[in-house]
Design a binder for this molecule. Structure first.
Ligand SMILES: Nc1ncnc2c1ncn2[C@@H]1O[C@H](COP(=O)(O)OP(=O)(O)O)[C@@H](O)[C@H]1O
Ligand SMILES: CC(=O)OP(=O)(O)O
Ligand SMILES: [Mg+2]
Length: 418
């Protein structure tokens, strides 16, 4: 009997849930039955996108869906009530649920969520305030609604376990760093792992020989320097705040800025609770900055299409900050680069941004074919480079849910019986 896997990706602005059934025989490729997304949580009203075979819903406005947990509950109802999805008529049909957990601390790989892992993830919530806490609300909702399902956490940080010491160590008092676990962790790793596998299949080159400069540009944005299929450097740090700006995040700034922004920066913010300890500084830099603060919208599609001064400035800032990493990563890879990859909502849909970024590294040998860049992306991997380009530029439609579901099939022995 095929088993049903529900793969849940709680992003900072969305919840994406894909439903798979396990394949017959030895195949390790899960079969997708449906995919539902509640997006726009930071730009209400939230909207539903749903695909099951030819059945498609897009842009359905949802009242009373204001959080990742609301989104999860809405989607679970939608899936169990969908007559065209007989494999999932009742909640009991679900065997495995995968949860994308952004901060996994030192966990090198996925974990069954039991009391101990749950508490550990909870402790890490302060280090990923936009992510771990909402993901845990969904873990609790699953435990409540689907008590028989096996909950497995996949961590965004695990992929970056290979960061060399000189990359992940901050030049601060080593004792304090060790005691408080202050180091660069890096995130978006489930997406980077998907990207490595997808590019490996596309270029027909083994994953452990691939060198990629990858840009995951969504509500949160990061870059990753991938050498021999492994993370060598990445822009996010102790928390997902470092590096590139995002929808509501400042990205890297002078750390002293906060002392000049507000003298109460270190005080608890109004979002601080018994479960989530967050200061005003973290609240401001994580939730009240980025595109939202500069332009009033978190939608980078709107920003890219506008010629308002504020939008043009936000667009130029993003291009500039991305370019601050592409050439350094190119040199870290000694110029041995298989591809520059764009992924995430903005990377996949933002042709104007891709054009501006690639123009900025033209002198290195990257160039786009305008027609290929402007065409809507349909395949998992699309080559948008011009024929004369020395290096490839690819768009990858990243799929964190699929990467997690594949993990369930690959690691089933580790999970069954636990
Ligand atoms: N046409 C577009 N051009 C550029 N960016 C877009 C476009 N459409 C949507 N986006 C951006 O994609 C982002 C969502 O990316 P996604 O990776 O799905 O987010 P999340 O981080 O929540 O997983 C939105 O913030 C939106 O700004
Ligand atoms: C880690 C992170 O920032 O994730 P997202 O882009 O989904 O918010
Ligand atoms: Mg995302």
């Amino acid at each position: 009997m095929p088993e049903i896997i529900l793969s849940i990706n709680a992003g900072s602005s969305s919840v994406k849930i894909s439903v798979y059934k396990t394949p017959q025989g030895d195949s390790l490729v899960p079969i997708q039955l449906a995919e539902a997304t509640v997006e726009g949580l930071t730009a209400p009203p939230a909207k539903l996108k749903y695909e099951r075979g030819d059945e498609k819903i897009k842009g359905k406005e949802l009242d009373d869906v204001n959080s990742q947990e609301d989104g999860f509950r809405y989607i679970l109802d939608h899936l169990t009530n969908d007559q065209g999805l007989p494999e999932l008529n009742q909640k009991e049909d679900i065997h495995f649920t995968c949860h994308r957990v952004v901060h996994g601390g030192d966990y090198p790989r996925s974990q069954i969520i039991d009391k101990e892992t749950y508490h550990h993830i909870e402790e890490l919530s302060d280090l990923a305030p936009l992510h771990n806490a909402p993901a845990l609300t969904i873990v609790r909702a699953v435990a409540d609604a689907l008590p028989h399902a096996k909950n497995i956490a996949y961590f965004d940080s695990s992929f970056h376990n290979t960061l060399p010491d000189y990359v992940c160590t901050y030049p601060i008092d080593p004792e304090v760093a060790k005691k408080n676990k202050l180091r660069k962790y890096g995130f978006h790793g489930i997406s980077y792992s998907f990207i490595v596998n997808a590019v490996s299949a596309y270029l027909e080159k083994p994953a452990d020989q691939l060198n990629i400069i990858a840009l995951h540009l969504g509500s949160g944005a990061s870059a990753c320097c991938i050498k021999d299929g492994k993370s060598l450097d990445t822009t996010m740090g102790l928390t997902p705040l470092a590096g590139l700006p995002g929808a509501t995040r400042s990205g890297s700034i002078d750390p002293s800025l906060m002392f000049h922004y507000t003298h109460s920066a270190g005080k608890p913010s109004h979002a601080s609770t018994g479960k989530l300890h967050i200061t005003q500084a973290e609240e401001i830099l994580n939730k009240q900055s980025g595109w939202k603060s500069l332009t009033g919208t978190t939608d980078f599609g709107k920003i890219s299409a506008s010629d308002r001064r504020e939008d043009v400035l936000a667009f130029d800032i993003f291009v500039d900050r991305i370019l601050n990493y592409v050439a350094p990563y190119f040199t870290k890879l000694d110029g041995q680069v298989d591809a520059l990859v764009f992924a995430g909502g903005i990377g996949e849909k933002g042709s104007k941004l891709r054009q501006a970024v690639v123009r900025g590294v033209k002198c290195l040998g990257f160039a786009l074919d305008e027609k290929r860049n402007d065409a809507a992306v349909e395949d998992v991997v699309t080559d948008i480079s011009s024929d004369s380009a020395r290096y490839k530029t690819l768009v990858v439609q990243t799929d964190e849910q699929l990467e997690m579901a594949r993990g369930v099939l690959a690691d089933k022995d580790r999970f069954v019986g636990k």
